[in-house]
Design a binder for this molecule. Structure first.
Ligand code: FES
Ligand SMILES: [Fe+2]
Length: 422
């Protein structure tokens, strides 16, 4: 901070406004799909979708249909999910399969991608061979309870890509959490407008006023900018220090629910909610430990706080000791003004507890869709209005302040991918 109290806004990350065309142009979208989504590691799916041999999970990344398959030899592999005959998509929904079978004319592959059967093979003469007909594979790695994919055959290993985030995630043991809820909603905005909305806390007091009574949203919150990814730490479990003593006296309904879920009685902490936060931490550690969950690597603050990661290019992970959520910002393959907001919620499972069954997926569209969690509705309400604004000739581009430096960093990394420095 300088003498006059202003922040010298992270100049090494650039100070330019972000060009509005980046949210509206088809060329920009095409370049992002090719140079960013075509080259970065992407989270494909939780392993709950790939438990048994034959389990197959299709996912579309831009214009690329991909399928992840648990092969007979136990390996989890990823292929382009496109028939080598006339291009039909092969697996169209998550399911267990005996082989990769195309339902148009019956081309068939083994679960390792080798050719199994081509009907009337002789009718193709000798102008094609097995090598030409094998399903092309892409890089696939398993880590943290997820399958990850990368369409770039030259990409470095996933662990290198995750970098500084890896040891932090390892403390949580993400693979010990179960997928319990999944929601997929189409939003009328560019995928980056979605990603941006979840990389800063500056909008908290206005967009989510109720959260001030549950977390610290001061401009000084800890922010870490890693090589590719970034993190913000939301101190949770007590009202924001900016509120008056009177406002910080009693727990609001959200904070009450957090305390009560750990067996802490909020009525015992009227006028001393900071102490209640410590009581919640202690109770949560005791409750998790009693279920056999190993939380020994997590600090007391991690018992309450949201360690809020952005994994480049399109994932948010809100990590907690007892649960975490993943938000994915999926670009539309063709329309820069559309994206899919994909939410998965996970809960910690004790070693002696049964794995949760796969949840039903809830689908929705735009602002009309109502999440159970009001916070998401508040975010969903902003994003299409932002998209409307970026078309205006009056709009000069996105402006970011010091509190929004995670965004500056995101565009900095994005540009490195787009101009070939990564
Ligand atoms: S398109 Fe797949 S078998 Fe013809
Ligand atoms: Fe928000």
């Amino acid at each position: 901070m300088s003498a006059d109290g202003t922040h010298q806004v992270d100049a090494e990350l650039g100070t330019e406004r972000i060009d509005p065309e980046r949210y509206t142009s088809k060329e920009a979208l095409k370049a992002e799909l090719e140079h960013v989504f075509g080259r970065a590691w992407l989270m494909a799916c939780p392993l709950a979708y790939l438990r048994s041999p034959g389990d197959a999970y299709p996912i579309q990344i831009g214009q690329e249909p991909i399928v992840i398959v648990h092969s007979d030899d136990g390996e989890i592999r990823a292929f382009y999910n496109v028939c080598r005959h006339r291009g039909r998509q092969i697996v169209t929904r998550p399911r267990n399969i005996k082989s990769l079978f195309c339902w148009f004319h019956g081309f068939e592959w083994n679960l390792n991608g080798s050719v199994k059967n081509i009907p009337d093979r002789e009718d193709f003469g000798n102008y094609t061979n097995d090598e030409d007909l094998v399903l092309p594979s892409i890089q696939c790695e398993i880590w943290g309870g997820f399958a990850w994919i990368n369409m770039d055959p030259e990409a470095p290993p996933l662990k290198e890509f995750l970098g500084e985030v890896l040891p932090e995630f390892e403390r949580y043991k993400l693979e010990e959490y179960d997928l319990v809820e999944e929601t997929i909603v189409e939003w009328d905005c560019n995928w980056k407008i979605g990603a941006d909305a979840f990389q800063e806390g500056y909008h908290g007091p206005i967009t989510h006023p109720q959260l001030q009574f549950v977390l610290e949203d001061s401009p000084d919150m800890q922010i870490d900018l890693f090589e590719l990814h970034n993190r913000g730490i939301y101190i949770m479990g007590a009202p924001c220090k900016r509120l008056s003593d009177d406002e910080r006296r009693e727990a609001n309904p959200i904070l009450r629910a957090i305390a009560e879920s750990e067996g802490v009685n909020p009525d015992d902490y009227v006028g001393k909610l900071d102490e209640m936060r410590l009581a919640i931490q202690e109770a949560r550690r005791a409750n998790l430990s009693a279920r056999g969950c190993d939380v020994s690597k997590l600090t007391d603050d991690q018992m309450t706080d949201d360690h809020h990661y952005f994994i480049f290019p399109n994932i948010t992970v809100n990590t907690f000791a007892d649960k975490f959520s993943v938000f994915r910002y999926m670009p539309d393959p063709l329309d820069p003004a559309k994206m899919v907001f994909w939410v998965q919620q996970f809960e910690r499972r004790g070693p002696n507890e049964e794995p949760a069954p796969l949840p039903e997926i809830t689908y929705g569209k735009g602002r009309e869709f109502k999440f159970d969690n009001e916070v998401y509705n508040q975010d969903a309400n902003n994003v299409p209005w932002v998209q409307q604004g970026v078309y205006s000739k009056s709009f000069k581009g996105m402006l970011f302040n010091h509190q929004e430096r995670r965004l500056r960093h995101f565009y900095h990394v994005l540009d490195q991918y787009l101009d070939g420095r990564r």
